[in-house]
Design a protein around this ligand. Structure first.
Ligand code: PLP
Length: 442
């Protein structure tokens, strides 16, 4: 088998820190849209899609055409942070998608990873406020650089790393299925004062809370790697309200940005406008690109405060611009909403048949199924069943679907298919999950 020899060679040569091929042992040869073909000619539906990067799927014609055009025109591949016509068009289009005051704000191009953009956002608000404290949230994920890691909920990857960024204070995220306050029912209601909101207010306003002087709070509107956990609009509004005049609200839209949740930006579900938004993944149309966009008043860092050689790849901006235009012209955020709802309802049907599916949740085409054991954990909720989740992932791969796991104990099956999937493709994914669940039911 050709795939086996590629995988063997990878094990010989690549770092022990490699991740995906351990659980998804495939060797991709060709790719188009949702579909990828491995070197053994097996065909898969890619519901990982570059960890949510490929919002138009693999090798979309608008992206290919934009890249060809860029090269045929003799435009540069790299121009450091000098202006170019490609960059100018990209910045104008990107800013026009945002509400005020971000629309009239500033953009900073970062080294091309979400993690580096998170680093930039944190540095920016520390410099602008002259304060050092950052609020982060349980279950949060912001990447693997030293600073980003300090704001990660998962304690595993941080265990052996000393000297992480100080002054990070974690607060509970509204994970209603496993309510950090032990409540049995979700409480996202505008009129009540749910404990997640109450605690946030109390801690930020209490002069004796022990918090360091706050520069900002870093939050995902829908936690992705943390197990597909949507916050609720009321919580987001309470957060914005609490932080007003206290600290900057940094919204990490690395995974949710550009249509994933059924709106161009996930923060739009709440009507809240962040002080800083962090973007990567989708904005490069499949090529690496990462930026932060922030309120103009925060722009008080000095030249070179967050530099890097590979900032602002011109090819990525050409691909990103074409991607954005296509998302808008083809109504792909709306498609994500419609297809996501359809897929979610099929998953909820499955939940009624299989007691190991504890929760089905998500927004748009960012969906998760939490796999649980019959017995309760220390909080009284069904314990996570990471082992069965891994069996499900493997069974799903055999059915021709690539999907990732996340959340506590990696017990959440996560689906991040391209935003342009069709009705037929949506149903094929649901059919494959149905079959795979049947296979791991015993
Ligand atoms: C919300 C969020 N922030 C930051 C990151 C880090 O991005 P990168 O992997 O490009 O460093 C990710 C990656 O999945 C993410 O989902």
């Amino acid at each position: 088998m050709r795939a086996v020899s590629f995988l063997d060679r990878q094990i010989q040569t690549e770092s022990n820190a490699r991740t995906y091929p351990r659980r998804l042992p495939i060797v991709i040869d060709k790719a188009e849209g949702l579909w990828v073909t491995d070197v053994n000619d097996k065909v898969y539906m890619d519901c990982l899609a570059g960890a949510g990067t490929l919002v138009l799927g693999h090798n979309h014609p608008v992206v290919i055409d934009a890249l060809r055009w860029h090269l045929d025109e003799g435009r540069p591949m790299i121009a450091l942070d000098l202006p170019t016509p490609t960059k100018d068009a990209f910045v104008e289009a990107l800013l026009s998608t945002l509400p005020c005051p971000l629309r009239d704000g500033k953009i900073h191009f970062c080294s091309p990873s979400g993690s580096d953009a998170v680093e930039a956002a944190v540095k920016l608000v520390k410099i602008a406020t002259g304060r050092r404290g950052i609020l982060a949230f349980s279950g949060g994920y912001h990447g693997h650089t030293h600073g980003s890691l300090a704001m990660m909920g998962n304690r595993g990857p941080k265990r052996a790393i000393s000297g992480l960024m100080p002054d990070v204070q974690f607060m509970p995220f509204p994970y209603c299925y496993r309510c950090p306050f032990g409540r049995a029912t979700a409480c996202g209601d505008d009129r009540s004062d749910p404990p997640c909101q109450h605690l946030l207010r109390a801690m930020v306003h209490d002069p004796n809370s022990g918090l360091p002087p706050l520069a900002g709070a870093l939050v995902e509107v829908v936690q992705g790697e943390g197990g597909v956990i949507p916050s609720n609009p009321a919580w987001m509004r309470a957060m914005a309200d609490t932080l007003k005049n206290e600290a900057a609200l940094i919204v990490d839209e690395v995974q949710t940005g550009w249509g994933r949740t059924g709106k161009l930006y996930a923060f739009e579900h709440s009507g809240v406008c962040p002080d800083v938004v962090v973007l990567a993944k989708a904005i490069g149309g499949g090529l690496p690109l990462a930026v932060i966009i922030y309120r103009r008043e925060l722009d008080c860092w000095e030249s070179g405060a967050h530099a890097g050689t590979f900032r602002a790849s011109q090819m990525a901006m050409a691909a990103g611009l074409a991607t954005l235009k296509h998302i808008q012209d083809a109504g792909l955020a709306e498609n994500a909403e419609v297809m996501g709802r359809r897929l979610c309802s099929r998953l909820k049907e499955l939940q009624t048949k299989h007691p190991f599916i504890g929760d089905v949740r998500g927004v748009g085409l960012m969906l998760g199924m939490e796999i649980v054991a019959p017995e309760a954990d220390a909080t009284g909720r069904p314990a996570t069943d990471g082992a069965r989740a891994r069996r499900l992932q493997t069974a799903l791969l055999a059915q021709g679907v690539i999907a990732e796991l996340g959340g506590r104990d990696d017990a959440v099956l996560r689906l991040l298919p391209p935003l342009n999937i069709t009705l037929r493709e949506t149903d094929l994914i649901a059919d494959a999950i149905t079959a795979a669940c049947g296979n791991v039911a015993a």
